[in-house]
Design a protein around this ligand. Structure first.
Ligand code: MN
Ligand code: MN
Length: 321
């Protein structure tokens, strides 16, 4: 990250959080710990399109993300080598082919043994691609655990007769053996839903569902219990910005009223690290930002800060080791 007191934040080519471009990372900082990349793709939406413009918007707004985390007391960029790898190629007319294409691009980034992958969507269908690439690198023979922030479960089998939309990434990831549903935590789920059966798949497969309403009562303790069970197991973190209330994150395609505030979301992300020790996050994504519905870029700015919080979980873990 360039020193903002020498190189202003408003100058130069915008990269995610001002991290260097992957091609510009100095030799002594290779291989990078995390490669971040954009996925400008929104063919998988069930409602309002436009998330394909999010990687650019998040790059622009995340110029104002700063590297020192006050609550964790850590300097992110002193602990992790981080880079923006640019945007993945996509297949805008073919949902299933898009997953393959994005996963192939992700697999090409950094060192396949060590570099972790953070995808910036795009709609939530792209999570399946980054989960595939992450599992190939860090999963071994075991499915990954999943920490999922969302208003929606995204375990619908088919929508409009398609199985790879933004409503389906986790049912596919479970079927492919990439995610263990008994080690899947979905936080912030809320209604109204299309049908009561929308909850069935997750419930029948042992997913830990902490609804928005639960967070006002036993939810935080249930998250702590999940994290204790998770311990050191490799986990993927997926953050759908629509878990945040539209008042704080209006720029999203399937807004869900009554969500978390930005502050609550930061508190929950920090809590993942502080109650049982930091989790082993081996891959992540931040998805579903829709810049055309985003006055003043506030949702993109929030997405930049969510990226920072997620990376700090890994930084904190390395710091404690
Ligand atoms: Mn959602
Ligand atoms: Mn989602």
């Amino acid at each position: 990250m360039p020193n903002p007191r020498a190189t202003p934040r408003f100058a130069g080519i915008a990269t995610l959080c001002r991290f260097p471009r992957l091609a510009d990372v100095a030799r002594e900082h290779q291989p990078v710990d995390w490669a971040l990349y954009g996925v400008p793709f929104d063919s998988g939406v069930t409602y309002r399109p436009g998330a394909r413009f999010a990687p650019r918007a998040i790059r622009a707004e995340s110029q104002y993300v700063k590297p020192y985390h006050v609550e964790h007391n850590l300097m992110l960029t002193d602990i992790l080598s981080l880079a923006d790898a640019g945007d993945s190629p996509t297949a805008p007319y073919d949902l299933e082919a898009n997953v393959t294409r994005v996963a192939e691009f992700a697999a090409s980034l950094g060192d396949p043994r060590s570099t972790r992958l953070l995808a910036v969507g795009g709609d939530h269908s792209i999570a399946l691609a980054n989960i595939r690439a992450t599992h190939a690198r860090h999963g071994g023979k075991r499915p990954l655990a999943l920490i999922h922030f969302d208003s929606h479960l995204d375990t619908t089998d088919r929508t409009f007769d398609h199985g790879y939309s933004h409503a389906s990434p986790f049912i596919r990831a479970i079927e492919e053996g990439l995610i263990d549903p008994r080690m899947m935590l979905s936080v912030g789920i809320k209604g109204p839903l299309n049908t009561p059966r929308d909850l069935d798949y997750a419930r029948e497969h042992g997913v830990t569902i902490v609804t928005r309403e639960d967070l006002l009562g036993s939810g935080p303790a249930r998250i702590d219990a999940f994290m204790k069970r998770l311990a050191e197991r490799a986990a993927y973190l997926t953050f759908d910005i629509d878990v945040i209330d539209p008042a704080f994150a209006p720029g999203t395609g399937t807004p869900s009223v009554g969500g978390l505030s930005s502050t609550e979301a930061f508190g929950l992300l920090r809590r993942l690290a502080t109650r049982n020790g930091p989790p082993n996050i081996v891959g992540a994504d931040v998805v579903e930002v829709l810049p055309d519905r985003d006055p003043q870029g506030i949702t993109s700015l929030l997405a930049g800060h969510i990226i920072m919080e997620v990376l700090c979980l890994d930084a904190l873990r390395r710091l404690r080791k």
